[in-house]
Design a protein around this ligand. Structure first.
Ligand SMILES: [Zn+2]
Length: 365
């Protein structure tokens, strides 16, 4: 794919390391280690907390159809039971999975553990075609139990996560899809949407890039598509123009670097929520600012994972949200920022883990 591609960067960390004549000889690996191979081990004698099970029951508002068969769904349910996840959103859009009807059928025996989110159908963008897509949305909702729409995804080229037809060049404020967004309000289906990527991925990949240490695979080329701010404008337009529709911006709206800006949007638009999925590193390397933000916006934040089905994946998120641990790394991650926990108060944890999602999925109905 030519546009919006992620380039591979191999950058030496040698310059990061303190020079020491006695140890850093010409042959020293410190001079040639690549950032992608950097795997530091914490030496500090500080608390290490293993959170086996979440402190409160969880509704996971962001996950996908990761399984290959029914046995894997059963194993996933067992893991969910063990770590304290009551219910998981299976977001049909994005690149993983099978047709929506098949997803619902496959998971049917485990219905109590999952909720289904469907896509917009962009197959025919004429007014008649969109009217049909609205009818399909209503059918998915009324007959197959779709609770919401998502994960829509616009990284610059339009809603390319959609299926069966991707929404290339269709951004969320496109007037052609307004009937679909209004239909969501009518059906009381929230829209979960991934907009842009973390901000540092848009900056030059040079020695000044704060995310460079994570940049083995990530850089967004916006030469031929919308950039960060233009995408944020499309999103804000949609949220403002559709006040009856609930929007859930995935991954902190990819705005972890500017929480005051994200807070201002939440202040302005009561129909806007965020999920915290797949942004452990982007949030836990600034634990005090993020903690303050999560406490302030405790009624507008939803728990999400977006990262597979392993118990350890859930437990890493619990460690970040629940503990006061410092300076730890996410295992097997391309991220190299060290993390610290938020030690969130119980009442905030309970809202983020469960109550806010429950309110959207039931009271909103
Ligand atoms: Zn996702």
């Amino acid at each position: 794919m030519k546009n919006c591609t992620f380039h591979i960067f191999f950058v030496s960390v040698a310059w990061l390391l303190v020079s020491c004549a006695a140890q850093t000889t010409e042959e020293s690996p410190a001079k040639t280690i690549l950032l992608k191979d950097f795997a530091p081990k914490v030496v500090n004698n500080i608390p290490v907390t293993h959170v086996e099970r979440a402190k409160f029951d969880i509704i996971d508002m962001h996950s996908h159809d990761y399984v290959e068969n029914a046995e894997q769904i059963a194993a996933w349910c067992q893991t969910m039971d063990e770590v304290g996840v009551l219910n998981t959103a299976i977001m049909h859009c994005s690149w993983i999975g099978r047709p929506f009807e098949e997803v619902v059928e496959l998971y049917a025996p485990y219905r109590d553990h999952f909720r289904f989110w469907c896509c917009f159908d962009y197959t025919d963008m004429s007014p008649e075609g969109i009217a049909k897509a609205c009818d399909l949305l209503a059918r998915y909702h009324n007959e197959l139990g779709a609770v919401g729409v998502g994960e829509l995804g616009d990284k610059g080229e339009g809603d390319t996560y959609a299926r069966p037809t991707d929404g290339k060049d269709i951004h969320i404020d496109d007037p052609r899809i307004k009937p679909l967004i209004e239909k969501c309000a009518e059906l009381k289906m929230p829209i979960s949407i991934h907009i842009a990527e973390p901000y540092w991925m848009y900056l030059p990949m040079d020695e000044t890039n704060d995310g460079l240490v994570n940049a083995v695979n990530w850089h967004v080329d916006t030469t031929n598509c919308y950039g960060y701010d233009k995408l944020m404008t499309t999103f804000e337009n949609a949220v403002r123009e559709n006040p009856q529709t609930i929007f859930i911006a995935c991954h902190y709206l990819n705005m972890n670097h500017d929480l005051p800006r994200l807070g201002a949007l939440l202040d302005k638009y009561p129909n806007l929520y965020i999920d915290i999925s797949a942004r452990v590193a982007e949030s836990a390397h600034t634990p005090r600012a993020t903690r303050e933000f999560l406490i302030k916006y405790q009624d507008r934040v939803l728990f999400g994972t977006d990262n597979g089905m392993d118990a350890e994946m859930y437990q890493m998120i619990f460690r970040v949200l629940e503990t006061n641990d410092e300076h730890f790394y996410m295992p097997e991650s391309e991220y190299h920022w060290s993390l610290s926990g938020f030690n969130l108060p119980d009442e905030v944890l309970k809202k983020i883990y469960h109550d806010n999602a429950e309110r959207i999925l039931t009271e909103y109905r």
